[in-house]
Design a protein around this ligand. Structure first.
Ligand SMILES: NC(=O)NC(NC(N)=O)C(=O)[O-]
Length: 292
């Protein structure tokens, strides 16, 4: 969930402060992609902002930080299947086309499903630049996923210039989802897919063994709802699953500009420094779980 160089856009919708349910940091995975010619679909789920490396080419073409398929010469369009790292309700999407200017897909749509374990058998994922999925698997996977619910109907995208790269879409749907299908029409490149929402947990199913349970955890429905400052890192990083890889995965404020030029001790032997930083985390439930 590192955000170090990702500047907050002044016109970003409020939902960007929710949790990204598809990011690889929280366990999001690509299960299938029709084509990974120029760049593999896994890049869609990277936590950091997309990068541009001037003059860097692979054996297939320009190196790109995103998912980029080849110029299509067969019927159909490209799509990929994502397993959310955290199952939940989706409030908004960002289809970020950063740096894809002459090669962004003109249109995209997103479908969603709530799958039980082993509901669909996905082929083993190879994630290989310069590859495409075998035609028989594209057919099988298309049949298994084409009727998933449209949460974003086919919609125009804008190119990956700084002022147009973030394609934000508000999602008005209160269902819990586990999987998404991102369709791009007909082909092209997307830098990141951000899936903003909240985990939905069935608190009536908590077993005695699971207590104590972390009520603030992102995977249990926790979210960051307020903060004094998040210059280097968003406070939602505090409630992300697992351990932080480094300080970029944490909540970090800017140093206060109103701190004294020379620090002094007060009479109480405490340093005389103004103020403090704070963040507010909403818990996933207000229920009380105790081991008696
Ligand atoms: N310069 C390009 O980006 N060309 C092609 N894409 C890559 N990645 O090379 C393309 O047009 O699809």
């Amino acid at each position: 969930m590192a955000q170090r160089s990702e500047k907050r856009l002044s016109d970003a919708p409020a939902f960007v402060d929710l949790n990204d349910l598809s990011c690889n940091r929280v366990g999001g995975k690509i299960l299938f992609a029709t084509d990974d010619w120029f760049a593999e679909a896994e890049n869609l789920l990277k936590p950091g902002p997309p990068e541009w490396h001037e003059g860097v080419f692979t054996s297939y073409g320009k190196w790109m930080d995103g998912w980029e398929t080849r110029r299509k010469r067969i019927p159909g369009h490209d799509w990929c299947i994502i397993k959310l790292g955290i199952a939940g309700v989706i409030k908004g999407l960002d289809i970020d086309t950063s740096y894809f200017t002459g090669n962004y897909p003109p249109k995209a749509s997103v479908q969603a499903a709530c799958l039980e374990k082993d509901h669909i058998v996905f082929p083993e994922r190879k994630s290989l630049m310069g590859s495409e999925a075998p035609a028989d698997w594209i057919k099988k996977m298309a049949a298994a996923t084409e009727l998933w619910t449209d949460i974003l109907p086919m919609t125009e995208l804008r190119p990956g210039y700084p002022s147009t790269a973030h394609n934000f879409f508000c999602i008005n749907n209160s269902q819990r989802w586990t999987h998404l299908r991102l369709n791009i029409y007909p082909d092209g490149g997307v830098a990141r897919l951000r899936v903003y929402g909240l985990a939905v947990k069935d608190w009536t199913q908590i077993t005695y063994k699971e207590i104590p349970v972390d009520l603030a955890a992102m995977e249990n429905g926790g979210s960051a709802v307020g903060w004094s400052n998040m210059h280097y890192g968003h406070p939602r990083n505090l409630i992300a699953p697992g351990s932080a890889a480094n300080m970029g995965d944490g909540w970090e404020t800017a140093r206060r500009l109103d701190r004294p030029s020379v620090l002094e001790l007060g009479e109480d032997e405490c340093l005389k420094v103004p103020g403090f930083e704070w963040s507010v985390i909403r818990l996933g439930t207000s229920r009380n779980y105790k081991k008696d």
